[in-house]
Design a protein around this ligand. Structure first.
Ligand code: NAD
Length: 274
């Protein structure tokens, strides 16, 4: 059974580098998908309040028989729940659905700049972290300006910024800023929801290694140092996506994939999504 390496966050907490994302999996199918993932060796699950499947995640965890401390669970506060008090209430609701008394990583899902509440939301995450109800506090979809503003108002540096990142959108500026500030880069839509799996550099590397294009892309993320959370609801693909620890892309292959960067955004622009 595969077991992913870990990345040490800026507060010493370790996150599995390869986790399982559950966006767009209906709640009543989530327990089966997460159950397959846990069986395949994933120990990190990425959900969000807005996905509506935190209960499905909790069912799979309960059925797995795994100890809570052997799992890494991420969830996120939704835009409509931003603000200090609303975030604390949303966190309690997520915990109840997840059937746990702490989460490993709690993220501000979007900066939602037009709401202008993310500094207050972040104070709520500071409190949750101080109380030990979250092991790490992070953000998602924050652009450089949002990270810099946060740093001006808080001494708590986000452990993670979870951003859209894949071979078509490589996010050089944010990755450099993260490295400077000590923030781990977590890649969402790491496969570009399939849109890069036919690219020549990826298909040819896959053929050379006897691997699938999806495995090549996930391996590329791992070699860059990204935390990565591919999603699938198909047991065979769930297993395939974690079976990436037995080969290494060459420098030439990494360079050929670097050349695929083309501003391909599959999700919303964080400056305009509220
Ligand atoms: P993804 O890039 O992981 O793509 C998933 C899709 O790729 C699947 O639905 C399937 O169609 C295809 N796929 C998966 N494995 C494959 C394989 N082995 N071979 C061929 N095709 C395969 O996209 P995603 O689900 O959008 O992102 C992954 C996770 O990131 C989500 O589940 C969620 O947890 C997180 N996410 C976070 C945000 C955010 O705003 N923070 C936004 C989107 C997603």
């Amino acid at each position: 059974m595969a077991s992913a390496p870990t990345v040490k966050l800026n507060n010493g907490v370790e996150i599995p580098q390869l986790g399982f994302g559950v966006y767009q999996i209906p709640d009543d199918e989530t327990a089966a998908a997460v159950g397959s993932a846990l069986e395949a060796g994933y120990r990190s699950i990425d959900t969000a309040a807005i996905y509506g499947n935190e209960v499905g995640v909790s069912r799979a965890v309960a059925a797995s028989g795994l100890a809570r401390e052997d799992l890494f669970i991420t969830t996120k506060v939704w835009n409509a729940d931003q603000g200090y008090d609303a975030t604390l209430r949303a966190f309690d609701a997520s915990l109840a659905k997840l059937g746990t008394d702490y989460v490993d990583l709690y993220l501000v899902h979007w900066p939602a700049p037009a709401r202008d509440l993310y500094l207050d939301t972040w104070r709520a995450l500071e409190k949750l972290a101080a109380e030990g109800r979250i092991r790490a506090a992070g953000v998602s979809n924050f652009l450089p300006a949002h990270l810099r503003r946060l740093a001006e108002h808080s001494s708590l540096v986000p452990a993670v910024n979870q951003i859209e990142l894949h071979p078509g959108l490589q996010q050089a500026e944010l990755r450099a800023l993260h490295a400077e500030q000590g923030i781990a880069t977590e890649a969402w839509s790491p496969l570009a929801q399939g849109a890069v799996l036919g690219d020549d550099a990826i298909v040819s590397a896959a053929a050379r290694h006897g691997k699938s294009p999806a495995q090549v892309v996930i391996r590329w993320h791992l070699q860059l140092g990204n935390v990565v959370i591919p999603k699938s609801a198909t047991p065979e693909r769930i297993r395939e996506n974690i079976d990436v620890l037995d080969f290494t892309l060459s420098d030439e292959e990494m360079a050929a994939i670097a050349a695929l960067d083309r501003g391909l955004r599959t999700g919303p622009d964080p400056d305009a999504f509220n």
